[in-house]
Design a protein around this ligand. Structure first.
Ligand code: DLL
Length: 432
């Protein structure tokens, strides 16, 4: 298929026209090439001709992660395996892996989208980019890699696993950009500080994503490393990193909406909500050949803004993620997102942004313990000081979450640092 009609900075009408044209073609494509979609459409008496533009999107059925698992491994592919040139997969915590396949054209689109994101972060052909997302079945490493190569940057495929080597090479190679998870970058900043290398780096930009993080955490990273940090979003079912990224104005993430049509859905009714209203993000892949997705429910919570950005780009922007529908903890009836804890802790000067939430149930009552690390320069054995600090943090958490939590202050460097997606929650209630 040839999809090559994209023009930069289209007007909203031009974008709608392009999306509509592509959607019509896509629906016809999946109807004739993926039995799963054909059966789903037949079940509701929907024919490809009934979809005339994006205004008809709500007529189409949703797709979920379970659909991918139920059709494991290749059941949703629209092309024979001879056309598939790459497989990625994500395992999740339960069930079978979700497997995705890319044609050569899909890989081209992917690197184009990541290249757009890196360009938004000011990264170009003169930069030396350390890619420190995991390489392998996870899309982070190879996805970022493809985009960085596309813009002609010098790519250093570090992957994860050896922070000391990474920091040494960051200095020796004069790396100017890094792509990794925000939590890993915080860890790298600690390693650089411990090695006395902070003033020897040439880093100017970081493109961070794959996990929720807050605006405050971005500032923290920027301050520690004296760089600019950008938020990149994506998911393997849709493509991988590069579905959206924020620009220098940080007023939401620009969606590559010529390739991915976003919808924000009311979490209860699954009907589209207005701009600015938070709901579940769904995507329809407008150009994907290997494994096209129709109204894929991401479970990620965000809102959308279709107005023109100060940077001049006209693409729709999704706000920084509030969490996932299924990350949401319900503790004593209150909805709690780990990102709220992170945002609250970052307000407390004496603690680091590393934390672990342990949720349990004692005598039928939910309990929440939050383990936090003090900044080494504030760490003390003095019981009185620890008590005062604990009280202070309890208050901040109570204000942020609306529930009480037991705060446990742990010694610096105690909590496990992640190299990939950070794990911030142990929910023991699920074990019963
Ligand atoms: O995490 C792809 C990726 C790699 C994105 C590197 C950015 C950078 P999955 O493993 O399929 O793919 O996980 C996708 O991660 O649905 C979100 O819940 C979360 N996520 C990804 N980026 C962000 C972000 C990759 N910038 C899931 N902010 C998504 C918040 C994010 N959450």
């Amino acid at each position: 298929m040839i999809w090559n009609e994209t023009k930069e900075c289209m007007s909203r009408d031009e974008m709608t026209a392009l999306q509509s044209k592509r959607l019509v073609k896509l629906v016809d494509y999946v109807y004739h090439n993926v039995e799963f979609y054909r059966k789903k459409m037949q079940a509701i008496d929907l024919m490809p001709g009934d979809i005339k533009g994006i205004e008809d999107i709500t007529k189409l059925p949703f797709t979920t992660k379970d659909d991918l698992r139920d059709n494991y491994p290749f059941g949703l592919f629209a092309v024979p395996n001879s056309e598939i040139v790459r497989i990625h997969a994500s395992s999740g915590t339960t069930g079978k892996a979700t497997v995705v396949g890319y044609t050569r054209y899909d890989l081209d689109v992917w690197s184009e989208c990541v290249a757009r994101c890196l360009t938004m972060a000011g990264v170009g052909k003169d930069d030396i980019v350390q890619v420190a997302y995991g390489y392998g079945l996870f899309t982070g490493g190879l996805g970022a890699h493809g985009g960085a190569e596309k813009i002609g940057a010098t790519v250093v495929p570090m992957s994860t696993g050896n922070s000391k080597k990474l920091t040494t090479m960051m200095v020796d190679f004069g790396a100017t950009a890094i792509a990794c998870t925000p939590s890993y970058l915080l860890h790298i900043s600690e390693v650089l500080a411990a090695e006395g290398l902070l003033d020897k780096i040439k880093l100017k930009a970081a493109v961070c994503g794959a996990e929720p993080w807050t605006e405050k955490m971005r500032h923290e990273i920027e301050q520690r490393l004296n760089i600019k940090a950008y938020d990149i979003y994506g998911l393997s079912e849709i493509m991988g990193p590069g579905v959206a990224c924020d620009c220098a104005f940080h007023r939401g993430l620009h969606v590559c909406e010529d390739h991915f049509l976003p919808e924000i859905l009311d979490t209860a009714t699954l009907t589209p909500v207005a701009d600015g209203v938070t709901g579940e993000l769904a995507f329809t892949t407008l150009t994907k050949e290997g494994i096209p997705m129709i109204r894929y429910r991401t479970k990620d919570l965000t809102s959308i803004d279709h107005s023109r950005c100060e940077c001049g780009r006209t693409s729709a922007r999704i706000s920084r993620f509030k969490g996932r529908v299924d990350d949401m903890l319900i503790i004593r009836g209150v909805n709690v997102f780990p990102s709220q804890v992170e945002a609250a802790l970052i307000e407390v000067e004496e603690v680091t942004p590393h934390y672990m939430m342990i949720v349990d149930r004692v005598n039928n009552l939910d309990t929440l313990e939050i383990q936090v690390e003090l900044d080494p320069k504030y760490y003390t054995d003095e019981i009185r000081a620890i008590e005062t600090m604990t009280k202070k943090i309890s208050h901040v958490i109570q204000q942020a979450l609306g529930i009480n939590a037991k705060i446990k202050i742990v010694e610096p460097q105690t909590l496990v640092r992640s190299e990939g997606k950070a794990v911030h929650v142990i929910d023991k209630r699920k074990l019963y």
